[in-house]
Design a protein around this ligand. Structure first.
Ligand code: ATP
Ligand code: HSE
Length: 352
């Protein structure tokens, strides 16, 4: 058996939609998976799986299937279905062009790819709604994983579960996804996700709008960028974000586009101001231009937890990117930039 799992990167929040809005974009994580029949002449490999990797941070990503994030997630899904290792000798070759820890949903793509891999290799027959539950047991905010799994521009939410099912929120990640995962004889059945943890709704997206990702050359772990957020918000700030997040989906699909409306609808007071010390120049960059001073620009925000900046635009892409790159440069930060399009299909499996 040979198949490829393809999962897009994503940008979460798009300004005011903290932990709610996600946009799948056109950089793809790929798993090239091959299986073979068990052979008495071949000694069994650890967990019946071998991993190879090419792409971002190739010198850091573990090739040990007990440690690698993607295979650990696949094992979590398999073990919830009483399969304690890969059921057949499996080789997973990972091709990953998504930069790690930059705010482009690399972990959301890896977790989604791992769930899809476990489902395929274990022949589990999970649908995408159930796969989202598994993703959410690991990455507990739905914006990146729903975009990666379903593709497109999505609004996401967590359902109100029965009190007995709500306990999933308290289960430590180390129980869901122990590192290392433990060998074939671990015998432990991990906690299964409740059914229907989260859901999503796809919004239309104007074909004219492209996303410019300006990617600084340093990593910012999402966990660190979440630690600096307050536990409580003022009523005024919550209302400010609700007003804008409510406008954003229609502003990004209306014809003709209203750049000033989009710019306004991408403002945020819930996460970006608290992350400014983690991304040098962030406040200045967010206020450096608007649709009047930069034709073609629609809006600017921090992509996910940062440090990548996402600018939405209809033209003058290089000019907009160069202006942001120059601002980072004045803080001694080098960047690259990419012009991206929405990835509408989400996670797909292609048989080879
Ligand atoms: N393809 C991969 N293979 C193995 N580990 C990965 C892979 N992609 C991501 N990771 C792990 O996820 C970490 C990055 O996740 P993190 O949540 O901090 O940032 P992000 O997902 O890139 O950005 P954001 O969540 O803000 O969009 C990496 O440091 C690495 O440990
Ligand atoms: N909504 C998340 C996205 C990053 O994974 C955050 O901003 O922390």
């Amino acid at each position: 058996m040979a198949f490829t799992v393809k999962v897009p990167c994503s940008s979460a929040n798009i300004g005011p939609g903290f932990d709610v809005i996600g946009l799948a974009l056109s950089i793809y994580l790929e798993l090239h998976v091959t299986t073979s029949a068990p052979s008495p002449s071949q000694p069994p490999t650890k967990l019946n799986c071998t991993v190879s990797y090419e792409g971002e941070n190739a010198d850091e990503v573990s090739l040990d299937p007990e440690v690698n994030l993607i295979t650990r997630v696949a094992l979590y899904v398999l073990r919830c279905h009483k399969q304690h290792a890969f059921p057949v000798p499996t080789h997973v070759h990972v091709k990953n062009p998504i930069p790690l820890g930059r705010g482009l949903g690399s972990s959301g793509a890896a977790v989604t790819a791992g769930v899809v891999l476990g489902n395929e290799i274990g022949n589990l027959g999970l649908n995408k709604a159930r796969m989202l539950d598994y993703c959410l047991m690991i990455e507990r905010h739905p914006d990146n994983v729903a975009a990666a799994l379903y593709g497109g521009f999505v609004g996401t939410y967590l359902n109100e579960l029965r009190p007995e099912d709500l306990a999933w929120k308290e289960i430590p990640l180390s129980e869901v996804l122990p590192a290392p995962a433990g060998g074939i004889d671990t015998g432990v059945k991990p906690p299964e996700p409740p059914i229907g943890i989260g859901h999503y709704k796809k919004f239309p997206w104007s074909k004219e709008i492209k996303a410019i990702a300006i990617i600084p050359d340093f990593e910012l772990p999402t966990a660190k960028a979440r630690e600096c957020l307050p536990r409580m918000y003022s009523r005024a700030d919550v209302i400010y974000n609700l007003q804008r997040a409510t406008l954003l989906p229609s502003a990004l699909s209306q014809d003709p586009l209203d750049p000033d409306m989009i710019y306004l609808a991408m403002q945020d007071k819930v996460h970006q101001p608290y992350r400014k010390h983690l991304v040098p120049g962030l406040t200045d960059i967010l206020h450096s231009m608007n649709p009047t001073t930069q034709p073609g620009l629609l809006g600017i925000c921090l992509s996910g937890a940062g440090p990548t900046i996402l600018a939405l635009a209809t033209k003058n892409f290089a000019e907009i990117a160069d202006r942001i790159v120059a601002q980072f440069k004045s803080h001694d930060i080098t960047c690259r930039w990419e012009l991206l399009e929405p990835a509408n299909d989400g996670a797909v499996v292609e048989r080879r």
